[in-house]
Design a protein around this ligand. Structure first.
Ligand SMILES: *Cc1c(COP(=O)(O)O)cnc(C)c1O
Length: 360
């Protein structure tokens, strides 16, 4: 069977060259006589895989040396509690921006451990934008300030970062890490589940500034303490070895493409193909205000639920899969992560044009 054109929001597409290398190395990784899945995480051969993955990520994201890179498990969702458990260290207060479902979950979790000041929210417009952020609402004594850089479900993204001064900026970058250039030094902590832009599910990457490590209360579970993982080079327990190996291949793929800046340019071109069509179509419409449109997740509707269903059904028959929108937005959502080839987007637009003509 041909591979489908896969617009899944997550786990999402993985670059074909990465899958091909993994297939080639499945039974015998580079002369080791075994699959990466079968290796001790303490073996020389695996430690090289882990070190190589970290070095590549540091290189392509230009991560300063005073930041640790941690390869953890538990998904971005575990970070919703790990961040407050480790970063509530003085006032036990944080500022958070509510830009959608994931941000709301992060807020709900942080509230279990301290005081959350929601400084801005776009809930009243069903998260169709990034809310205006008024710095006079910031808490000067907050232990950190949390944002979700890209909102996977609603299709918005921050195009500029709030200036939080000395308050560390914490970012859930799960659905747009490596898709555009970020200055890591502007953040105290970045976290991301791997399954959108970095490989398979099961791996969570945390990039944390040194001075934010080591503040957790002694009573927290060992596995939730950044210090434990930082001191053990992410080998306190068995890390998600196979997912780390694939992530390393993805980082190499990004590097070979020209790095994150080159990736961003491709992503801007890819997204423009779809948004330009949505702007000129009389049937399909984007659901997000233009200035805050995501480069990764593109929700759109026809305005008629029956027509949406018909479109999704016919698209699937034609090999365009996972286009159904999230239930609170309805309609369609095309997730067009780094690994999605530009051809797939062009083909989708052609299909949408034809559908529009046929269903006038
Ligand atoms: C997918 C996603 C999550 C949840 O990730 P898990 O790894 O399933 O816990 C959190 N935040 C954002 C922005 C996401 O896209």
């Amino acid at each position: 069977m041909e591979r489908v054109r896969n617009f899944s929001a997550g786990p999402g597409v993985i670059p074909v060259p990465v899958l091909e290398t993994a297939a080639k190395e499945m039974l015998n990784y580079r002369g080791s006589g075994m699959s990466v899945m079968e290796m001790s995480h303490r073996s020389k051969v695996f430690i090289e895989i882990a070190e190589n993955a970290e070095a590549l990520l540091r290189e392509i994201m230009n991560i300063p040396s005073n930041y640790k890179v941690l390869f953890l498990q538990g998904g971005a969702s575990t970070q919703f509690s790990m961040v407050p458990l480790n970063l509530f260290r003085n006032s036990k207060k944080c500022d958070m921006v509510n830009t959608g479902q994931w941000a709301s979950k992060a807020i709900k979790e942080a509230k279990k451990f301290g005081t959350v000041n929601v400084v801005a929210s776009s809930e009243d417009t069903n998260f169709d934008r990034i809310p205006e952020i008024d710095s006079s609402k910031f808490s000067s004594d907050a232990d950190y300030f949390h944002i979700t850089s890209n909102n996977t479900i609603f299709g918005t993204r921050f195009t500029s970062l709030p200036d939080t001064g000395d308050v560390p900026l914490v970012c859930d970058m799960s659905s747009n890490i490596l898709s555009e250039v970020y200055d890591v030094s502007k953040f105290g902590l970045i976290y991301a589940g791997a399954q959108k832009n970095m490989g398979p599910a099961g791996l969570t990457v945390v990039i944390i500034r040194d001075d934010l490590i080591g503040h957790a209360d002694k009573s927290i579970p060992t596995m939730l303490d950044y210090k434990i993982h930082a001191e053990a080079d992410s080998m306190y327990n068995t890390p998600p070895t196979y997912a780390m190996y694939i992530a390393g291949l993805v980082y190499q793929w990004v590097k070979d493409l020209g790095g994150v800046a080159a990736m961003q340019k491709i992503n801007e071109e890819k997204a423009a193909i779809l948004y330009d069509f949505l702007d000129e179509s009389s049937m399909f419409k984007g659901t997000v205000v233009k200035k805050d449109r995501s480069l990764m997740n593109v929700p759109y509707v026809t305005g008629n639920e029956e027509l949406d269903s018909k479109f999704i059904k016919e698209a699937e028959k034609a090999g365009f899969v996972n286009l159904k929108g999230y239930r609170t937005v309805g309609g369609m959502r095309a997730s067009i992560y780094n690994a999605m080839p530009v051809e797939d987007i062009k083909d989708l637009v052609e299909f949408m044009k034809k559908f529009e003509v046929d269903n006038k």
